[in-house]
Design a binder for this molecule. Sequence first.
Ligand SMILES: C[S@@+](CC[C@H](N)C(=O)[O-])C[C@H]1O[C@@H](n2cnc3c(N)ncnc32)[C@H](O)[C@@H]1O
Length: 293
Amino acid sequence: MYNDIEKYGENGRVIYHGDALKVLESVPNESVDLIFADPPYNIGKNFAGRKDKWGTDEEYLNWCYQWINLCIEKLKPNGTFYVMTSTQFMPFFDIYIRKKMTILSRIVWSYDSSGVQAKNFYGSMYEPILFCVKDRNNYIFNYEDILVEAKTGAKRKLIDYRKNPPQPYKTEKVPGNVWDFARVRYRMDEYENHPTQKPISLLERIIKASSNEGDIVLDPFCGTFTTCYVAQLLKRKFIGIEIQEEYFKIGLRRLNLATEYHGEPLIKEQKNYEIKHEQPKEQLTLFQHGSNI
Ligand SMILES: C[S@@+](CC[C@H](N)C(=O)[O-])C[C@H]1O[C@@H](n2cnc3c(N)ncnc32)[C@H](O)[C@@H]1O
């Protein structure tokens, strides 16, 4: 376990640079309204030099069970837990968590293909999310805040003739458990330099549905701090944790918690296409002499 912890922020807007297990231990029990956990998936991604790969599946799962237990402990009795992992490990999470919480939805975040396409099997086009509550009779679900268009496929307004008198069908509905959100691409404004950044739209749905203004939202594996960023926009309080300094610095900047970190200014990296490349000197000289070669 990595032992150093740095803390920035105040008044319910706090982020930690440190190990999730260590920081979670310091959070008071039953104090958090909503937790979104998007851990390393044990599939070999490179998180700023830290390899996302455990020695064995059991080692990975044992580590996960530790922070899952802590998350459950920290949630209020009416709290909600959303948790992600890779498709191959989600069945283990499901079996483990269903003994401790009620799993209300098994969500599929579905997205379009990435550049690399599988040729020898069916490519992975989704990530699973469990939506779990501590008490199935007492939890927050603001369905009116997350309505989506109800697509009937019809060009004209459909009428429900079973109603008396007949009425037009509702044009909005509560989303089902298959969510279509584009992945974060390099050219998108929200893009940060991280291999598994989650989209703002995904966190917006989760936070709007499962918390109210002023509630505390916690993310133990912040990456680019999308959860805290959206929580802040939606006037929620937040606790964010990230072990890698590179990503912690993104959080400080994205959340306006600091303009510099240990003397280093926090400035968003320019994208390749935003950098104006200098013209080669030779060409400049020719232009200066009025040539149009
Ligand atoms: C899947 S990513 C999270 C991405 C994030 N949801 C986002 O939108 O950017 C997992 C993150 O967990 C961090 N991490 C790995 N082990 C950790 C630990 N023990 N404590 C805290 N963070 C950790 C990694 O550095 C990585 O940024």
